[in-house]
Design a protein. Structure first.
Length: 190
């Protein structure tokens, strides 16, 4: 079984919306506007590219990243990696042709089937709605969280507010950086 890793930039109050400056959110760009850049705080991102063997995205994140990441040296390892987009509305003609093999998955059942295939870890970036659905369905195995020292108030949240049984997590790696960012890596306890 493959490990599904949710990787997110998250504010202390749980917001994950528009960390890179996407339009339409009043605090867009909060990861670089209000926090000093320290390369060591983002080393996790490079490690993810080296360790992952596939990428999973929701449609909105795919559309945002596929317009930028294919030509960025910082994300070169993702170019050849197989990508899976979970969407009920995306069509084949909506896929970019310069970012490697991309498969559209239509349901969480198809994500569960992907996890059953042979191969290494699958990394999921962004994709707030998908993250909430996968978490609620018990399909995420690990969380890579870079927690920023900000309270953003309103915005898309990493986790749903669904009333459910408690889910235990095990902290397997952590570090705090001089700029206030905290790295927290949690395994989901089954």
């Amino acid at each position: 079984m493959r490990t599904l890793i949710s990787s997110a930039f998250v504010s202390l109050d749980g917001v994950v919306e528009a960390p890179g400056g996407e339009e339409g959110y009043r605090n867009a760009g909060w990861t670089f506007k209000d926090v000093e850049f320290l390369p060591e705080a983002f080393a996790l991102k490079g490690a993810e590219q080296e360790q992952a063997t596939a990428m999973l995205l929701g449609r909105t994140s795919y559309e945002a990243f596929s317009g930028v990441w294919p030509d960025m040296a910082d994300f070169a390892d993702y170019k050849a990696m197989p990508k899976y987009v979970v969407s009920t509305t995306l069509t084949e003609d909506g896929l970019v042709d310069n970012w490697g093999d991309t498969t559209i998955l239509r349901s969480l059942d198809e994500v569960a089937a992907l996890k059953e295939t042979e191969g290494g870890p699958i990394i999921m970036h962004g994709s707030a709605s998908l993250n909430r659905a996968l978490s609620d369905a018990g399909l995420i195995d690990r969380y890579h969280l870079l927690v920023f020292p900000l309270l953003l108030g309103a915005g898309k949240r990493l986790f749903s507010t669904t009333d459910k049984d408690a889910q235990k997590l095990k902290l397997v790696e952590h570090e705090a950086y001089a700029n206030g960012i905290q790295k927290n890596v949690f395994d989901v306890v089954r």
